[in-house]
Design a protein around this ligand. Sequence first.
Ligand code: GDP
Ligand code: MG
Length: 294
Amino acid sequence: MAFFSGFIGIVGPPNAGKSTLMNRIIGSKLSIVSPKPQTTRNRITGIWNGSDFQIVFFDTPGIHKTKTYLHSSMVNSATSIFNEVDIILAVLDVNRVSGEETRLLLRLLREIPKPVVAALNKIDKVSREALLPVISAFRSEMDFRSIIPVSARSGDGIDVLTGELKMMLSLGEAFFPLDAKSDNNEYFFVSEIIREKLFYNLKGEIPYSSAVTVESIEENESGSLLNINAKIHVETESQKIIVVGREGRVISKIGTEARRELEKYFGMKIYLDLFVRVEKNWTKDSRAMRRLGY
Ligand code: GDP
Ligand code: MG
């Protein structure tokens, strides 16, 4: 059976509904986008698996208060993701399209040599009469692949949008495993946190040639503790020795830092069981690893 995949970058002004829209598309509340913005440092925020496709979404990172920061942050995230993605999904609040933010975003998008789909969001708050002129104004702004009115809140128009996105995918393998675990974004989030600690604690190429998989996340019976079991995959025995460190010091520091952050995130005590495994050519097989900077 033919399989299709692609990376989609979600850009747009803060509060346009990017996260809500992605949650709506993926169909479950993703823990990775929910609480504190500083925890969602990584830009990959969702993976949508279907029987014959996989879409990896990049959301823009948390955006904060000041006006200049807000703008530069939007610019930076938009420009830095466009190299990594195949398709851009621009999310705009249909009630706020005339602002400076929108002009700035359009200026950026015109420079991006990738197909851009515009989702005009929050149509539940606007009349049909008011919507049509907005769509035609957008059409004259730039060569969008399509302009789709949606409501991330009510679900209106989402099928049209997802249908369009699926049609734009390229023939190609999945970037991530299609099993149940990779669907579960808590697993993915936990692996990203651990991976981040690898980068903080190890120099050189090791973090790039390693990967993290989360085997299980289970609450104990009383619900007071979360048991997390994860593996760090490295390519050689000598890398393993470095990751483990003398008397296990490096791995235990990585584990402690990850655990602290995860405890804040999940709001409960965590027991993190972390071990290192040698898996030759782990990185060579996978397109995703290279592309995501592993
Ligand atoms: P982001 O900053 O672009 O990720 O925006 P969020 O997804 O956090 O949404 C910002 C606010 O807009 C939240 O209060 C959402 O509930 C609200 N919102 C998102 N989509 C819609 C929509 O389709 N209709 C309405 N009325 N509100 C929405
Ligand atoms: Mg958001």
